[in-house]
Ligand binder design. Sequence first.
Ligand code: TYM
Length: 332
Amino acid sequence: MTRIFSGIKPTGHLTLGNYLGAVRQWVETDQHRADALFSVVDLHALTVDHDPARVRRLSRQAATLLLAAGLDPALCTLFVQSHVDEHTRLSYLLECTASDGEMRRMIQYKEKSAREKAAGGSVRLSLLTYPVLMAADILAYGADEVPVGDDQAQHVELTRDLAVRFNQRYGQTFTVPRAVLPQVAARVMDLQDPTSKMGKSHAETSGIVYLLDEPDVVRRKVMRAVTDSGSEVVYDREAKPGVTNLLELLAACTDKDPGELAAGYTSYGALKKDTADAVVELLRPLRERHAELCADPAYVDGVLREGARRARELARPTVDAAYRAIGLLPAG
Ligand code: TYM
């Protein structure tokens, strides 16, 4: 059976980008067709300046939201990364096969390290090695597929390189995974700056729709979205990034083709209104279910405990095999 792994890091409140780019596929298809594992990858949240209490709170919130979105513990495994030691065990071995040049070429490293430096901070070493930990997340489970948004494709490519290299040098140990991107909304853009990704850790929030935003807040954010010069509604990312982003959102919410949708609009206002309505309706059940689950934290704890138990059981043999293959003496 196909094995799937994917994760989400608790560095901010989950956004519409996270949902459309990744979580929706996990819920609607992945958990039904494969042995799927999904993780709140909290260790990754420590790679930039962080507040311990906030990371803890966001980890719980992310797990609760994933269940609210429809992940079903009877169909898939949901767990918190730091509850399973195999991730860090394997990450170190992979660090011993990766080069620093490879890490410095990662687009997210370049962007995030530049941002940290511009803010006068220092860059944590873990930000540089982040993609190796991500590779460990995936390889520990022998995942065949990694459903992610477009911004993670380069990290999955690196994971493939590391897996192939390890297998060639030390013997067949890892499955070589591949990224699976959604057809539409693989890169949801910020509503105020449609040339940059809608990201949960951005400081300026007026262009970001959070999954838990109240309907009137969602509506306001979409109605105030930056559009492009002219008034024609066309699907063209280069010439009309703002309009194209709205068309992609509407298409993703209504399961239609963004290019065909464009033909039905003669004004930006009507497109914004329909998009706002569609996003509000998409998020409504999720917000309601989230409120119910918040009233039952013991249920969420139980799911995460059982998820970690199963994840540990699955990862242990592969990570142990990697320890042996790379030349470490087994404990007697
Ligand atoms: P993260 O937490 O930034 O995002 C989680 C998922 O949401 C997708 N995504 C988007 N998709 C479309 N449009 C957007 N604006 C948008 N923003 C985010 C991301 O592509 C991702 O699929 N490094 C990963 C977490 C991770 C991981 C892993 C993922 C750690 N280990 C192993 C897969 C497998 C990250 O920071 O995702």
